[in-house]
Design a protein around this ligand. Structure first.
Ligand code: PMP
Length: 423
């Protein structure tokens, strides 16, 4: 391995008896494992300012509105792209599956937790994404952990975008090989990194749509580079399935590059109104993952209701393409609206539309005022985004009405002006 390829994390193995422990001064005070938690005062400070924005308890919801502390808000902080989480057909499918199989499988698919629904779902996802076979996991996060750590062995290299999702970063931490990061969507930097990793088996793992930016990977160039440097490609389409492509199959379909992408990874927690994750690709690779991925084998399977909900969503996606079109109309309306008001929406070109504020506290303040005005958004600060690029992340559903969207724009305009973010 060339020394220029630096891991993003420290080596994984911890010696069972660290040499320091042997040499430790027996009279020195013993460090307290909970000290870091007790010194974590930032939480209370923000709470005391009345600006704490996380773990908001939702009391009830529709696909586009939520009730919090008895107050109704328009939800633009969800990833409910197709607006299917309250669809009667999806709810009925989940209820029927619960009645037939119970609420849970109480075990791993490997042993007692596999149902015909899990298998049907895998066949359907392989068909949607144009791949030979599929494998579902209990979350998208577990999918990335399992796929990357299983495939990237000791002498291999995994190459990731600096803004890839945390589950990809953590998958790399679990992997035996080296991790190399390239600047966000910078194909020249990627080429430099691929050149340095010559001679190693390489997997590039990249978000199709970046979750905090709303931009799309430059897949055409990435595919060319992978061919030139003999690298394989996995695209995490968490925010792209159901959203991008003529049939909603995701980023590869959007660019007409399905055959050039080796693995398509996704989640059911967004367009598919459920919970779980999947990977599709060549049958041999899927079979290998099925029998080696620890997050698959040593974790309980998706509940049957969750599988049935996704299958119902897949049916609706196929039969009602107008939903996807409406989603894009709504997203364009909002992106254009924010830009016309003078907000910075970064590189967004998808239904994820951030409004960049910059400072953390100003972002929390902006969030709070929007919340009080009846708009539910997500404030995003470092490390989820680069320092000083804190933002209000908004995202849209096919089921938002024009009245709701215009209300959101009006509230952003009022709050943005009162805080001096726009003039
Ligand atoms: N990948 C990306 C790009 C994501 O945005 C997310 C969730 N935010 C995940 C993976 C994890 O998916 P899940 O919610 O199913 O664990």
């Amino acid at each position: 391995m060339k020394s220029s390829i630096r891991p993003v994390v420290a080596p994984q193995s911890v010696p069972s008896e660290a040499p320091d422990a042997v040499l430790a001064d027996p009279l020195a005070p013993v460090p307290d494992i909970f000290a870091k938690a007790r010194q974590f005062t930032r939480l209370r400070e923000v709470q005391e300012m009345g600006l704490y924005p996380y773990f908001v308890p939702i009391e009830s919801s529709t696909s586009t509105e939520v009730v919090v502390h008895g107050k109704r808000l328009v939800m633009v902080g969800s990833n409910n792209y197709l607006g299917l989480n309250h669809d009667d057909r999806v709810i009925a499918a989940a209820q029927t599956a619960t009645a037939k199989y119970g609420t849970a499988c109480t075990g791993s698919r490997f042993l007692n937790g596999n149902t015909d629904l899990h298998e049907e779902l895998e066949v359907r996802l392989a068909a949607l994404t144009g791949k030979e076979a599929g494998l579902v996991f209990s979350t998208g996060f577990q999918t990335n952990l399992g796929v990357i750590s299983t495939l990237v062995g000791r002498n291999d290299v995994v190459v990731i975008d600096k803004l890839d999702h945390a589950s990809i970063v953590d998958g790399c931490r679990l992997a035996g090989g080296e991790t190399v990061r390239y600047r966000h969507n910078d194909m020249n930097d990627l080429e430099t990194k691929l050149r340095r990793a010559r001679g190693h088996a390489k997997l590039i793992v990249v978000d199709g749509v970046f979750s905090m930016e709303g931009d799309i990977v430059n897949l055409p160039r990435l595919v060319e580079l992978c061919a030139a440097y003999n690298a394989s490609i996995a695209v995490d389409d968490a925010h792209a399935v159901g959203v991008l492509g003529a049939t909603g199959a995701g980023t590869a379909e959007h660019f007409g590059l399905t055959d050039q992408v080796d693995l398509i990874i996704g989640t059911f927690s967004k367009s598919f109104a459920s919970i779980g994750g999947f990977v599709t690709g060549e049958r041999a690779v899927i079979d290998y993952l099925k029998h080696h991925a620890r997050t698959e084998i040593f974790s309980a399977s998706m509940p049957p209701a969750a599988c049935a909900a996704v299958i119902a969503c897949l049916d609706i996606l196929a039969r009602e393409p107008e939903r996807r079109l409406q989603l894009w109309k709504n997203a364009d309306r909002m992106r254009d609206g924010f830009r016309a008001l003078g907000f910075d929406t970064g590189g967004s070109v998808t239904p994820i539309v951030p409004v960049v504020v910059g400072d953390d506290l100003a972002t929390f303040e902006f969030w709070k005022r929007l919340f009080d005005a009846g708009v539910f958004t997500n404030p995003v600060v470092a490390p989820a985004v680069p320092e000083r690029e804190s933002r209000i992340r908004t995202s849209y559903s096919a089921t938002h009405t024009n009245d709701q969207l215009d209300f959101v724009l009006e509230m952003f305009a009022q709050v943005g002006r009162s805080m001096g973010i726009i003039s």
